[in-house]
Write a protein that binds this ligand. Structure first.
Ligand code: URA
Length: 210
């Protein structure tokens, strides 16, 4: 389970997640917290990005200082709830390209069915961060990651606010190369596929639907 799984235990992340879990938190606060927490999680998911020394002239002297180098980034939202994580990440990485994979669950087969896919070009040369706030069964994340690999992605990280052990196991089984980042590994899934204790339906919480 711990293989390729990072739980972001920073106190600010944990505090904000607790506020988001509360059922009385209104959609406006939920969105604000999601924006804040996605910035904090971005800090962690990008912790190992490579740097190169460049020469800069400060007003005082010339010096060498680090700048980001290496692969360009692509963010991919697994819709619809993934969209709620995009703004916070883009706040810190404004040059990132953004893609979308839309999936719904076929009520008969219970399998994810793709209804939309638009991703940045040259995915093979980018570090791809796929975002979905809730890693529940893992089926939609697995399908989205498979699609991104088909589009050429070679290095993918998955950012989920809350994960269920079932979802982590599912992703790790099919895509053992993927690094998963989450703020919480919750207890389990319930019979309706909701994460327990979770925070309910993330899309409904952020958009005030449901
Ligand atoms: N999707 C959600 O939004 N919440 C869950 O608990 C599970 C899946």
């Amino acid at each position: 389970m711990s293989q390729n799984l990072t739980i972001i235990e920073h106190p600010l992340v944990q505090h904000k997640l607790t506020l988001m879990r509360r059922e009385e938190t209104p959609a406006s606060s939920f969105r604000q917290l999601l924006w804040e927490i996605s910035m904090l999680m971005t800090y962690e998911i990008t912790r190992d990005l490579p740097l190169q020394e460049v020469t800069v002239n400060t007003p005082v002297c010339q010096t060498k200082a680090p700048l980001l180098t290496g692969k360009k980034l692509a963010l991919v939202s697994i819709m619809r709830a993934g969209n709620g994580l995009l703004d916070g990440i883009l706040e810190l990485i404004p040059a990132a390209r953004v893609g979308f994979v839309g999936l719904y669950r076929d009520e008969e087969t219970l399998e994810p069915v793709e209804y939309y896919c638009k991703v940045p070009d040259q995915l093979e040369d980018r570090l791809v961060i796929a975002v979905d706030p809730m890693l529940a069964t893992g089926n939609s994340s697995v399908a989205a990651i498979s699609r991104l690999k088909k589009e050429g992605a070679k290095e993918i990280r998955l950012l989920s606010l809350v994960a269920a052990p079932e979802g982590v196991t599912c992703v790790q089984k099919v895509h053992p190369d993927i690094r998963i980042y989450t703020a919480s590994l919750d207890e389990r899934l319930n019979e309706n596929g909701y994460i327990v204790p979770g925070l309910g339906d993330a899309g409904d919480r952020m958009f005030g639907t449901g």
